[in-house]
Write a protein that binds this ligand. Structure first.
Ligand code: FES
Ligand code: FES
Length: 162
């Protein structure tokens, strides 16, 4: 076992982990962050996407020990202290950007990262930016609209400012 210190969604944790434990399994099974989900075992689906020290990562491709000393933000840490949703969460809600919802936590994390790096993306850039996240319900059209809404680029329906 290896001891790690990691801050997750603003809370500090000190835990013993197996050297082979994946970050996603640490998050879900050791500290109960089940909002981050596992959708594949091939590093393809992006459902497990979290923010690690400001970088969007698939948490099934990172060992928990690699997060030692780091800050992790999951979908559960996006809302503010008063419970107000992050603008990307609001945009997904208002633009109906989910069906079964399984891909949604990772998709929102990836879309948030996309806008952080490119606040005014074209549709092509949005589609390219979420290439690593699969939606099995194929709801991509509304996901793209949600990103456009969060960027302030949807004029019909309920627009959301970023
Ligand atoms: Fe990590 Fe699918 S569970 S990419
Ligand atoms: Fe079902 Fe994307 S909403 S997998």
């Amino acid at each position: 076992m290896t001891k790690i210190d990691v801050t997750v969604d603003g809370v500090k944790y000190t835990d013993d982990v197996e050297p082979r434990t994946l970050l996603v399994h640490y998050l879900r099974e050791q500290i109960g962050k089940v909002g981050t989900v596992v959708g594949c075992d091939t590093s393809n689906c992006g459902a497990c996407t979290v923010d690690l020290d400001g970088q969007s990562v698939k948490s099934c491709t990172v060992l928990a020990v690699q997060a030692d000393g780091s800050e992790v933000t999951t979908i559960e840490g996006l809302a503010d202290e008063d419970g107000n949703l992050h603008p990307m969460q609001t945009a997904f809600h208002e633009q109906h950007a989910l069906q079964c919802g399984f891909c949604t936590p990772g998709m929102i994390m990836a879309c948030r990262d996309l806008l952080k790096n490119n606040p005014n993306p074209s549709e092509e850039e949005i589609r390219a930016g979420i290439e690593g996240n699969l939606c099995r319900c194929t709801g991509y059209q509304n996901i793209v609209r949600a990103v456009q809404a969060a960027a302030g680029n949807v004029t019909t329906g309920s627009g959301v400012s970023a």
